[in-house]
Design a protein around this ligand. Structure first.
Ligand SMILES: [Zn+2]
Length: 393
């Protein structure tokens, strides 16, 4: 069976980060900025060249610092300088590139993570130190995963370690595909047995409610720290709620698709900037949130051995899935085929076409889809998914 890699990042919050971490942060910050300036002044975009030309001097100056900090600082500086160059070419960057964040990149020589003991062993100029972290329930699922890079991050809320975990999974040949059409308030699935399932998410209501809350805060409380804190609090609650909703939604989609072994999603990466995108995405999920939900579906599917394919989204809501004729609007969210008379909700049409495209892409000859017994015969089965309501927020 072909194997695929799943990569996920987990966040660990440190309990009582020691003072010496502050020194490490400021030393590392200085080194990264020195390297960025060096890269900028000598136009160095290669990690190897940057390391080769700066290592000796840095080694001398920071002799007690474990050498791998210099390697990861070179990696960070190279990628920061490269993205600065890219932005500059687009006219979006001015002046000199500067690194402002308090971030330290770690490789496997610099840290060891022990999920059972809930500690991270970190190499520092004064030797190995042990950092305890607050355990989270979701950390448990990473037992047995491979540990990759990590980042130490200092924020006003504390010091965090973000760790990249990876795992090889076996993904079988799909027997059939479930077509998934993602919208802001519902997700519609076209199943290979001809049924349709619509999951109502209420995401738009959640977002609107939080939008109104934030606006009320902005009106009633004058600018200052208190206002910032309240806005931040609501922002975090909204993110948590939408995130929770997306987990439930992705689980449900994967559950429904598991016996078929395949899920088809729209590939929206290529047409990001096009006009069609903004017209089509109008009233849909925010792009960022949409990609996040897609990658959540993708990794949850892979973990259960379900293949995910991405299809070109062109015409998924304008061509008839039965005969290929042109569809026209026929009332609220309903589309009708001028050729064969087929009529259905636009979400049903979307998910159906996505499924058909996946079959074609996968080289499956598509049998003619059965004609409706009666018009409007495609009524999806509805489910509701609710994020937990926070009582006072
Ligand atoms: Zn038709």
């Amino acid at each position: 069976m072909p194997s695929e890699t799943i990569k996920l990042t987990a966040k660990f919050k440190l309990k009582n980060p020691p003072r010496e971490l502050d020194d490490l942060f400021s030393t590392y910050h200085k080194i990264v900025n020195y390297l960025i300036t060096y890269a900028f002044e000598n136009n160095v975009t290669s990690f190897y060249r940057l390391k080769k030309e700066t290592y000796k001097n840095l080694r001398k100056e920071y002799s007690s610092l474990p050498s791998h900090y210099l390697y990861t600082a070179c990696q960070m500086a190279t990628s920061i300088y490269k993205s600065y160059r890219k932005r500059k070419r687009k006219g979006k960057a001015r002046g000199k590139p500067v690194f402002k964040k308090e971030v330290i990149m770690l490789d496997d020589h610099l840290f060891k993570l022990d999920l059972e003991k809930r500690v991270i062993k970190l190499s520092t100029p004064s030797g190995r130190i042990i950092l305890e972290f607050y355990p989270a329930k979701y950390h448990e699922k990473f037992k047995g995963w491979r540990i990759g890079q990590a980042w130490l991050i200092k924020t006003p809320k504390g010091v965090f370690v973000n760790v990249v975990f990876s795992k090889e999974v076996e993904v079988g040949e799909p027997k059939a595909f479930v077509g998934v059409d993602l919208n802001e308030n519902n997700v519609t699935l076209s199943l290979p047995n001809g049924e349709f399932v619509q999951i109502i998410t209420h995401e738009r209501e959640i977002r609107t409610a939080y939008y109104l809350k934030r606006r009320r805060v902005q009106r009633k409380i004058r600018a200052g720290r208190r206002r910032e804190e309240l806005l931040e609090k609501y922002g975090e609650r909204e993110r948590n709620r939408v995130n929770d909703l997306h987990h439930k939604l992705a689980n449900k989609i994967v559950e429904l698709a598991e016996k078929y072994g395949g899920i088809a999603l729209e590939d929206l990466t290529e047409i990001r900037e096009s006009i069609r995108y903004s017209a089509e995405m109008n009233g849909r999920l925010h792009r960022w949130s949409f990609r996040k939900l897609q990658s959540m579906i993708e990794y949850k599917a892979k973990l259960r051995g379900v293949k995910v394919v991405f299809v070109n989204p062109a015409y998924t809501s304008s061509l008839c899935p039965v005969c290929g004729g042109k569809l026209s609007p026929n009332g609220h969210r309903v589309l009708k085929c001028s050729n064969c008379g087929f009529e259905a909700d636009r979400d049903v049409v979307g998910s159906w076409n996505i499924r058909l495209k996946a079959l074609k892409m996968w080289g499956v000859t598509v049998p003619p889809e059965s004609h409706p017994m009666k018009m409007g015969g495609w009524k999806p089965t509805r489910y509701e998914i609710n994020a937990p309501h926070t009582t006072n927020g």
